[in-house]
Design a protein around this ligand. Structure first.
Ligand code: GDP
Length: 186
């Protein structure tokens, strides 16, 4: 029996608690959004096939949602092993989550494969479009995050797990980058 995909890529989703890691995974695999999901406990897993049409390739994404809290650090570290891609998530309405992305990146760099393709994802953009009280002001300007991503050699996208905007695109961009590295023999 032949497989219906060309590659399997392991992805990890990391970042502070409550930035929307589980919601991004649920949106990717289930096309749903939960306003009150269960708090992330340990690690959640999701799988999804995506197509990169210009490459004529189908990729099976195996995504691990790592817990955002310090107490789970020792569990999540082992999940970096073998990962080809990483979503480093912050909340565009939380400056603190963006500042902490530096620590998460350092953690990824310490434990993951040095060739890992990493995309910085500014989540919850929908909140900035809503008026108060439902909405929340943006605390991280797009240009600032874009600049930092560039300095660090990260891909970058802003997204919303709630509306679904750019969620699949984030994974696709990282997958394209991984394919490119495979082609170049990196
Ligand atoms: P995690 O701890 O990083 O996995 O975060 P969760 O996925 O559990 O999300 C934390 C909270 O933020 C939940 O109440 C979600 O419903 C909410 N949330 C997640 N993503 C979004 C988003 O894109 N927009 C909005 N408005 N809320 C979101």
């Amino acid at each position: 029996m032949s497989a219906s995909w060309n590659y399997v890529f392991k992805f990890i989703i990391t970042g502070d608690a409550a930035v929307g890691k589980s919601s991004i995974l649920i949106r990717l695999t289930d096309q749903r959004f939960l306003a009150n999901p269960d708090p992330t406990l340990g690690v959640e897993f999701g799988s999804k096939l995506i197509e990169i049409p210009e490459e004529g390739k189908v990729i099976k994404l195996q995504c691990w949602d790592t817990a955002g809290t310090e107490s789970f650090r020792s569990i999540t570290r082992s999940y970096y092993r073998g990962a080809a891609g990483c979503l480093l998530v912050y909340d565009v309405t939380s400056r603190r989550s963006f500042t902490n992305a530096r620590t998460w990146l350092a953690d990824v760099r310490e434990h993951a494969d040095p060739h890992l393709s990493c995309i910085l994802v500014g989540n919850k953009t929908d909140l900035c479009d809503e008026p108060a009280p439902a909405g929340r002001p943006r605390e991280v300007p797009t240009e600032e995050a874009e600049l930092w991503a560039k300095e660090e050699g990260l891909l970058f996208v802003e997204a919303s797990a709630k509306s679904g905007q750019n969620v699949e695109l984030a994974f696709e961009q990282a997958a394209r980058d991984i394919l490119d590295k495979i082609r170049r023999g990196v």
